[in-house]
Design a protein. Structure first.
Length: 263
C-alpha cells in the first residue's frame, strides 16, 4: 500500500515531534504493509514550509528506515493567498515528489468562494489538486455537492483511512462510505500524525473496502492510484463517478424562440 498523506517529518508541524517517533511510525507503517510514504508537512499561517529543511529531515529518516519504506516529499497545502501565489510561481515546490499532484486541505470554517477558479489556475500551471479528507470538513459534510464542480474540473479526492471505521465520528464515517460507494474517491491515506490517536494504519481500510467493494477497488485506492501520483505516471482509468458527469439540461425555448427554433 502507498500512503500519500503522512505527517512523518519530525518537528515541523502537529505531526511527529522527534526523530524517534518518526522511526517508530515508519516501523508501524511497514508492519501494516505500507511500502511507500509521502511526507506531507503543513504549509499554512501556523507552520512554515521549507523544502530544504524538509529534505534534510527526509534524508535522516531514509537512513534510519533502510529499505523498509520508500519515502517521498509533498505538502499539506492550505489555500492561502500567499501559498497560491507562490505555488503558481513555483509549481513543483509543494507537489508530491515535484511531479504534478498537489494535496489541498480546506480550513474547517471557510472554503474560499474562488476555489473553483483557484483549482483552474493551479491546473493550468501543471498542478492537479487532490482534496484531502473532505468527509472530515464540517462545511462539506453539510454540502457535499460542492465537490461536484471540482471533480468536473479534474480535482481528485483523498479519504482518510480511519474515517471508514468511525474514528472521526459518525458523520465523517457516513460521508466517507457514501463518497466511496459513488466512486468519488481516488485515494485512501492515513493522514498519520502519531502512533496513538492518528496512527499510520491503512490495512483496516483496505480490508473494509475489499470486503464491500472488491479487491480491485481496494487496490485502486490504496495501491495503483497512489503509485501513479508517487511516480508521476499516467493516470489510470477510473470508474464513472455517480452524479458528476451528468449532462446539463438546457431549458426548452418558449414562445417566439420556440417558433424560431422549430422553423
Amino acid at each position: 500500500m502507498i500512503d500519500i498523506h503522512h505527517h512523518l517529518l519530525f518537528g515541523l508541524d502537529d505531526g511527529s515531534p522527534d526523530v524517534e517517533t518518526s522511526v517508530a511510525m515508519l516501523d508501524a507503517a511497514a508492519d501494516d504493509g505500507i511500502t511507500h510514504i509521502v511526507c506531507t508537512p503543513h504549509s499554512n499561517d501556523r507552520y512554515q514550509f521549507d523544502p530544504e529543511v524538509n529534505q534534510q529531515k527526509l534524508d535522516i529518516l531514509r537512513q534510519a528506515s533502510g529499505d523498509r519504506v520508500t519515502l517521498g516529499l509533498g505538502c499539506d497545502f492550505h489555500l492561502s493567498y500567499d501559498n497560491i501565489q507562490d505555488a503558481l510561481k513555483n509549481p513543483t515546490r509543494y507537489t508530491i515528489n515535484q511531479k504534478n499532484y498537489l494535496l489541498v486541505e480546506f480550513a474547517d470554517l471557510m472554503i474560499p468562494p474562488t476555489t473553483t477558479e483557484t483549482f483552474y489556475e493551479l491546473s493550468l500551471a501543471g498542478m492537479r489538486p487532490i482534496i484531502t479528507h473532505p468527509e472530515r470538513n464540517p462545511l462539506l459534510q453539510r454540502k457535499p455537492e460542492r465537490l461536484i464542480d471540482w471533480l468536473r474540473g479534474g480535482a481528485l479526492i483523498q479519504v482518510t483511512a480511519a474515517s471508514l471505521n468511525g474514528r472521526f465520528g459518525k458523520v465523517a464515517q457516513s460521508m466517507a462510505q457514501t463518497l466511496l460507494a459513488q466512486n468519488w474517491v481516488h485515494f485512501i491515506a492515513t493522514d498519520a500524525h502519531n502512533l496513538t490517536s492518528r496512527p499510520p494504519i491503512m490495512s483496516e481500510a483496505y480490508q473494509w473496502i475489499e470486503k464491500r467493494h472488491g479487491r480491485e477497488t481496494a487496490e485502486r485506492l490504496c495501491v495503483s492510484n497512489p503509485r501513479a501520483v508517487f511516480y508521476g505516471e499516467a493516470w489510470p482509468l477510473q470508474p464513472e463517478p455517480e452524479g458528476v458527469n451528468v449532462p446539463l439540461e438546457v431549458p426548452k425555448p418558449k414562445g417566439l424562440l420556440a417558433r424560431l427554433f422549430s422553423s
